[in-house]
Design a protein around this ligand. Structure first.
Ligand code: ZN
Ligand code: ZN
Length: 292
């Protein structure tokens, strides 16, 4: 009798290590045919987002402690031990605070992707992480069944990047921490189905707010953070009608308010006649899980 084609994939239960491995693979399997995205945290106190297909799970940034990452992933039915890769946008602490601990953990198997220039800027502790995969900013590469395109962004970090992901015909763009949106970034964000975009500060609130002048200048500069106005200009002039979900994030807690961001973005979308669904990512709790 010819064995079923999947027979070879079944665990040999007489071998405990094999059983353990297959148990993990089964536990880590996601829903067939869907691409999921969730912003776990967004803002200057910590950033992380999950992107998952049936077979591949990616975190973008690890700006939360391992414990908090584990907790927020569990809240949406995901397991930190099942993450295949962690992609880092840049070395600022709100994007990498949990990374050295994750790198040392025996339970976490994720390969860590940082640019060649950003990787040495991380304080890894005594040993370099064993699962480090440096890449060139601007490079495209494959992780499992996801295509990843990285691209440089204007921000006051060593080698900051944004990402565009493609899987099963779905395109997801992730771009925060940028002073403005250059044409090259607009190009990469075309034809996205979901876009996570920064809307950091309200210019008037920033100007009269509590930050020292030097910090205000930094935030407002071409290598600082995208203002509500910068976000709105992009929506009015460039947002692709293919973007069914727009998630605005990295809001300043001091110099912005979700209600202001929502009002400005809604006006911009109405001006364009777009029916794009709008969500605001928060610092303290995950967004809904977007599914395609
Ligand atoms: Zn940041
Ligand atoms: Zn930053």
């Amino acid at each position: 009798m010819t064995p079923h084609p999947e027979a070879e994939l079944r665990p040999n239960i007489s071998d405990p290590s094999c059983f353990k491995l297959f148990g993990c693979i089964l536990e880590c399997q996601g829903e067939a045919g869907t691409v999921k995205f969730c912003v776990l945290a967004s803002g200057s106190s910590g950033n992380a987002a999950l992107l998952a297909t049936e077979n591949t799970r990616i975190l973008v940034d690890a700006g939360l402690s391992m414990k908090e990452l584990r907790r927020r992933l569990a809240a949406i039915g995901e397991d930190l031990n099942c993450i295949d890769a962690i992609l880092i946008t840049h070395e600022h602490s709100d994007h990498v605070a949990g990374l050295p601990v994750l790198a040392r953990s025996r339970d976490v198997h994720a390969v860590m992707y940082l640019t060649h220039l950003a990787a040495p800027a991380i304080d890894w502790g005594e040993t370099q992480p064993p699962r480090l995969e440096p890449f060139q900013a601007g490079a495209s590469f494959q992780i499992g069944d996801m295509e990843v395109q990285s691209f440089g962004i204007p921000h006051d970090a060593i080698d900051p990047v944004g990402f565009c992901f493609a899987a099963q015909g779905v395109r997801i763009g992730v771009v925060t921490d940028l002073g403005y949106i250059p044409e090259s970034v607009k190009f990469h964000l075309r034809r996205t189905d979901l876009l996570l975009l920064e809307s950091n500060h309200d210019l008037d609130m920033l100007k009269v707010g509590p930050y020292p002048w030097s910090v205000k200048q930094r935030v407002m500069s071409r290598v600082g953070h995208l203002s509500n106005l910068g976000m709105s200009d992009y929506l009015i002039e460039d947002l692709d009608s293919s973007t069914s979900n727009l998630v605005l994030g990295h809001l300043s807690e001091q110099n912005n308010h979700p209600a202001i961001v929502r009002m400005i973005a809604t006006q911009a979308l109405e001006q364009r006649g777009l029916t794009t669904r709008l969500s605001i990512a928060q610092q303290r709790s995950p967004t809904e899980v977007f599914q395609y």
